[in-house]
Design a protein around this ligand. Structure first.
Ligand code: A2P
Length: 286
């Protein structure tokens, strides 16, 4: 892997650069919690922040960005289209405008369809995805989203969208960590030209107590969280670690001064299947 700092980037299919670690904000509450988390992340050197309409913290994220005084062009911001705003081009365009307004921005760096099969659209997810993606392509053409992609898409959703898309999704953001490493979907997404973003790279915190990870962490003099973020980078994923604690936020970004050996990477591969699996988009009840 070539990444050496929090400002190292991967290249998206359209040539845009995306910082190799994003700061996750899922389950950070709007108000002081999300505001401080993003503030501390920016102070620690993160330049990529991942939010979503459904996280209900876009206002605090946007305020922290503005208050940081960092040039907009130096920060990469992602937000996502939520299920209840889906189902027509008009709804999608309005949801995007509302997100921009809450963030207080005039563009985002990446806009994603958050979920491929919302329960309310399950009987027509194919046309819903096609229509909403067409709206997102228009947003991209207007320069209001500098890159566009999907989240939680499985192969069937990727293939179905490909039948109608003008522009291929540039990112697939999925639940991805050593406990649920889904290598088939990763490989498939990559063959379609997508950067694979790993949400819940710490297994929602569950993997931090895993004894195999703890042993490797002890050996390298690092924390389990640092091992997990580094594992993701060495797999060439784009991890999105989330924390609300300043010391964790800082430490989770300090992963460029050590390497997990090929042998230990192979040992980490054996954990696959041991944590709570991702929600199946075809059966999730939201
Ligand atoms: P908190 O937000 O209270 O700081 P994931 O990124 O996989 O979703 O995991 C996030 C969970 O892991 C959160 O509960 C977060 O706690 C916790 N966490 C994040 N970084 C660390 C760390 N360095 N040490 C311990 N727990 C952490």
């Amino acid at each position: 892997m070539n990444a050496t700092t929090l400002t190292s980037t991967y290249q998206l299919a359209n040539g845009n650069q995306i910082p190799v670690i994003g700061f996750g904000t899922w389950q950070s509450e709007d108000g002081d919690q999300a505001y401080n988390a993003v503030k501390w992340a920016l102070e620690a050197g993160y330049r990529h922040i991942d939010t979503a309409k459904i996280y209900d913290n876009e206002e605090s994220v946007g305020k922290a960005l503005r208050d940081s005084g960092i040039n907009r062009s130096e920060i990469f911001i992602t937000t996502k289209l939520w299920n209840t705003d889906r189902g027509s081009k008009e709804n999608t365009l309005k949801a995007f405008d509302d997100s921009l307004n809450r963030l207080g921005l005039d563009y985002v760096d990446l806009y994603l369809i958050h979920w491929p099969e919302p329960a309310a659209l399950r009987d027509r997810w194919q046309t819903a995805n096609a229509d909403d993606w067409a709206a997102i392509e228009d947003i991209y053409d207007q320069g209001r989203a500098k890159a566009i992609g999907v989240s939680n898409f499985r192969q069937t959703h990727i293939d179905e969208l490909a039948k109608t898309q003008r522009i291929a999704p540039m990112v697939n953001q999925i639940f991805l960590n050593p406990g649920d490493s889904d290598s088939e979907l990763v490989e498939y997404s990559k063959t379609k030209g997508m950067v694979v973003e790993a949400y819940s790279p710490l297994g929602l915190g569950e993997l931090l107590n895993n004894s195999i990870i703890a042993q490797i962490a002890d050996k390298l003099g690092k924390s389990p969280a640092q091992i997990l973020v580094r594992w993701s980078l060495q797999k060439e994923f784009l991890p999105l670690p989330k924390s609300t604690h300043q010391e964790y936020i800082k430490a989770n970004g300090e992963v460029f001064d050590f390497e997990i050996s090929a042998e230990d990477m192979a040992i980490l591969d054996t954990i696959n299947g041991t944590t709570k699996q991702h929600t199946d988009p075809s059966t999730g009840n939201f």
